[in-house]
Ligand binder design. Structure first.
Ligand code: SPV
Ligand code: MG
Length: 553
């Protein structure tokens, strides 16, 4: 519905209309939370927000710009304070055209001389001749296109000290000229003058008031006395000034912002006012980049307490939150992923998951983390896995060169195979998954990074030492198609192996990624392997932790 129609309907139906003053979109949005029927684009507020007097210092274009911004921000109708109409009748005609085209529901013009001065300032308050202002009202009403557009005539006779008779004379003349409503302004400390005006003027057109100087009367009481529209004209900017003053002075005095934190809005609230969620929704829908969208899955649900050396550093937090030189492992991983253009990161938490406190992730719970393995954890995020997906275990840190390299490979499923695997350590760690590829890697002392993507023929912890080519560190990428295949094989295997051993896992539920990949190999799916000789580290033991702290800055 057009805003002018909304305003017109409000004026026609019973009940009081409360307009609240605003000078920008933010104030209007906050006002919209509280059930006001409309917004008053206040000349005083807009001028003050520019740091200039409310005396026609700003131009019509500047006032219009503020009103448009307010109007765009909320679904409520906006009534614009247009002072004296920014000049003579020709300015009024131009003004009505501009404001109506901008979707403003109504305008209010006052019967003072240009340049006006704010009505609450004692002293010079020059009234325009009645005939001149009648001409402006007629010009405004003839200029509007939509019959619902509202023109309010503001009577300033009481403000200028010309008395009640003059106010009534003017109100009657402006009503005859076609004004849709009469704003009767007063700066008395009580509402008596307003009541007298209403009583004598009657209700030929709706009455609008601005009770800044007589604030004690409730809206209900005004309604009973025949008021149709109340404008709370300047409370927003006054609240803002007081709030800013308090906060800024505290920060300066105390030399810290700590003391004001509970007095100011959270950033989350600001992002909501800015409509950030909608921006993100629109980017997801329309923002097409050259780069394919990639999501990341970081399973970080398990504890590492069976490794004795980790007990004292990882009993209270998940490994992913281990502090490595001032930053949690997970935060470092998130930053690296962000740098590679990956911003949708799902972390699966379990053990001490309430301690996972890192920005830029979506935390997913694996409530069964005690009875389940990494594969189950990864699939806890299954509903989000429909695009290209990077998977990396939560106790692993990968460098950005490796992430970028992996993401650039056009294969459906690519795992990382670390060739620096040391056969002397074979069998020491039962959890290591090994990889056999075809063609086998070139064994040579000195070599450049091998760019060949080989096919995995076996993966798992049960490969004999002499057959092993690589170690699988739990880092992989799958295309949308690859992810679809992985999920299919997962679902089919769940049906067949639920509660039963699954490759080297005691049960399907406790399996790792390697078991699913091995199942896929057996079913004929192509799993590729990128050989690496560096680019990652994992933290399984206290020794690993010390090493990480010694090399990461
Ligand atoms: C305004 O808000 O700019 C008004 C109301 O015109 S008053 O300040 O009371 O004049
Ligand atoms: Mg004003």
């Amino acid at each position: 519905m057009k805003k002018c129609k909304m305003l017109r309907d409000l004026l026609n139906r019973p009940g009081i209309i409360r307009l609240i003053g605003a000078h920008n979109a933010m104030g209007a949005k906050i006002a919209a939370r509280y059930g006001f029927e409309g917004i008053w684009a206040s000349g005083l507020e807009i001028s003050a927000s520019h740091g200039v007097p409310d005396a026609n210092i700003l131009t019509m274009t500047e006032f219009l710009q503020a009103a448009e911004e307010i109007n765009r921000a909320v679904d409520l109708p906006v009534v614009a304070d247009c002072d004296t109409g920014f000049g003579n009748v020709n300015n009024v005609i131009y003004m009505v055209k501009k404001y109506e085209t901008a979707g403003i529901a109504g305008v209010c013009i006052e019967d003072k001389c240009f340049p006006k001065i704010n009505s609450l300032i004692p002293g010079r308050q020059e009234l325009a001749p009645i005939s001149e202002f009648v001409g402006k009202i007629m010009a405004a009403k003839n200029a509007q296109i939509d019959p619902d557009f509202v023109v309010i005539a503001r009577v300033e006779a009481l403000i200028a000290g010309w008395g009640m008779e003059e106010a009534l004379k003017r109100a009657n003349a402006y009503t005859e000229a076609g004004a849709d409503a009469i704003l009767i302004h007063s700066r008395k400390k009580t509402s008596d003058e307003i009541y007298e005006f209403i009583q004598r003027f009657g209700n030929r057109v709706p009455i609008v008031i601005v009770p800044t100087t007589y604030p004690q009367v409730t809206a209900k009481r005004f309604e009973d006395r025949g008021v149709k529209v109340i404008i709370y004209a300047n409370h927003g900017i006054r609240a803002m000034v007081r709030a800013l003053d308090g906060v800024f002075s505290t920060i300066s005095r105390e030399g810290t912002t700590a003391g004001v934190e509970d007095k100011i809005a959270t950033l989350k609230e600001i992002f909501e006012i800015q409509d950030m969620p909608r921006l993100q929704e629109m980017e997801a829908r329309y923002l097409k980049t050259e780069r394919e969208k990639v999501i990341a899955i970081i399973p970080a649900a398990g504890d590492h307490l069976e490794e004795y050396s980790m007990k004292h550093i990882a009993e209270e937090i998940p490994i992913s939150m281990l502090n490595i030189n001032g930053k949690p492992l997970l935060q470092r991983q998130v930053e690296i992923l962000n740098r590679a253009g990956v911003f949708e990161i799902y972390v699966i938490g379990g053990y001490k998951r309430e301690k996972i406190d890192v920005e830029g992730i979506k935390l997913i719970n694996n409530d069964k983390y005690k009875e389940t393995g990494i594969l189950y954890s990864i699939l806890c995020a299954g509903e989000y896995m429909s695009e290209k997906t990077f998977i990396c275990y939560g106790d692993v840190l990968v460098d950005s060169t490796l992430v970028n390299h992996l993401l650039s490979i056009q294969e459906d499923i690519v795992i990382v195979g670390d060739a620096t695997f040391d056969s002397k350590e074979y069998g020491l760690d039962k959890k290591i998954d090994y990889v056999v590829v075809d063609p086998p890697p070139v064994i040579t002392r000195r070599k450049l990074d091998d760019q060949t993507v080989r096919r995995v023929v076996r993966i798992g912890p049960d490969i004999s030492c002499q057959d092993v080519h690589y170690e699988f560190p739990g880092i992989m990428v799958a295309s949308a198609q690859g992810i679809k295949c992985m999920k299919e094989v997962y679902d089919q295997s769940l049906e067949r192996f639920e509660g039963k051993p699954f490759h080297t896992a005691a049960s399907f539920e406790t399996a790792c990624l390697a078991e699913l990949l091995q199942e896929m190999i057996l079913r004929g799916y192509k799993i590729s392997c990128l050989e690496i000789n560096s680019g990652w580290l994992e933290i399984h033991s206290f020794r690993d932790y010390k090493f990480a702290c010694s090399i990461i800055k």
